[in-house]
Design a protein around this ligand. Structure first.
Ligand SMILES: NC(=O)c1ccc[n+]([C@@H]2O[C@H](COP(=O)([O-])OP(=O)(O)OC[C@H]3O[C@@H](n4cnc5c(N)ncnc54)[C@H](O)[C@@H]3O)[C@@H](O)[C@H]2O)c1
Length: 267
């Protein structure tokens, strides 16, 4: 059997981090070598994730853990405030980041692109690791050629920190590349309550719903003469993201520079 890929999980105590720890431990091609999360250290990462102990203890400092455990890939599901620093540390150590943390701006992506060049190490940023969500974005892009009037509704659990979701932004960007630009709705429309029409992106509207009980869901609604078309994807559990994360970990070392979107790596 070929050598296992050495993986560090950053944010290993989080909802996504724990799923990633489980997925890595269950994959015969990968080896968990480090698990970082400042929220609590010294416990076995597998036990925190609900599995029998694996011998990798949670630690609090990313640099020190990279130096001690020598990973090839870092999977990051942390918080928008820390993710840029984490990516930089990983790249400086020639570790390829596979990043699911959302909230990165276009300017951040440009900066990461420059780091990948100066440290000669690849990096994946994926606003959504669910393969069904990637297909939803593809289909939405195609539909917008025929149905330029579109609104995006995204639904997430109420602990999510950023709005709109990275997936909604990426969907809007994909649609914008394909459809003719139009300003939707009535030109004289007025919001009686601020924000009622949602966020505006290149003439499209994006609506973010936050409720307990939700995981990650999105509808892309198209309206045409006498008809509507709805494309919907639901992540029902966080396991839905894991096949995409594993594919990314397996492929990122052979990619070059910054890869933005899992679709660029797997389609
Ligand atoms: N790309 C995707 O497919 C996808 C899917 C789901 C969630 N997300 C994103 O992943 C991120 C995490 O989501 P979550 O629900 O797991 O959040 P969470 O709050 O459950 O977990 C975040 C974890 O990061 C830890 N953390 C904070 N600062 C850190 C640092 N400097 N270094 C290491 N760990 C740190 C926290 O202690 C916490 O345990 C969010 O940005 C969310 O939007 C992306």
């Amino acid at each position: 059997m070929s050598k296992k890929i050495r993986v560090l999980v950053n944010g290993a105590r989080g909802r996504m981090g724990k799923e990633v720890v489980k997925a890595i431990l269950n994959d015969p091609t990968l080896e968990l070598v480090g698990a970082v999360d400042p929220a609590g250290t010294e416990e076995d990462a597998a036990v925190v994730a609900g599995l029998p102990a694996c011998g990798v203890l949670l630690t609090g400092d990313l640099s020190d853990t990279i130096e001690a455990s020598n990973p090839e890939v870092m999977v990051d599901f942390t918080i928008p405030q820390s993710v840029m620093g984490n990516i930089r540390i990983a790249l400086q150590h020639k570790v390829s980041p596979v990043v699911g943390t959302t909230g990165l701006s276009e300017q951040d992506l440009q900066e990461i692109r420059e780091w990948t060049a100066s440290y000669e190490t690849s990096c994946l940023i994926a606003p959504n690791f669910a393969i069904g969500a990637l297909l939803m974005m593809r289909f939405a892009r195609e539909a917008s050629r025929f149905f330029p009037h579109v609104e995006i509704m995204e639904y997430h659990h109420d602990q999510k920190l950023d709005a709109p979701s990275g997936t909604a932004i990426k969907t809007a960007e994909a649609i914008q590349e394909e459809r003719q630009k139009i300003n939707q709705g009535h030109p004289d429309e007025e919001e009686i309550i601020a924000g009622s029409r949602g966020g505006e992106f290149e003439g499209m509207r994006i609506h973010s719903i936050r409720l307990p009980g939700l995981v990650a869901h999105q509808e892309v609604l198209f309206g045409g003469l006498g008809q509507t078309l709805t494309i919907r994807h639901d992540s029902i559990t966080r396991e839905s993201f894991m096949p995409g994360v594993i594919e990314a970990v397996q492929r990122i070392r052979s990619a070059k520079g910054l890869v933005y979107g899992l679709d660029k790596l797997i389609f």
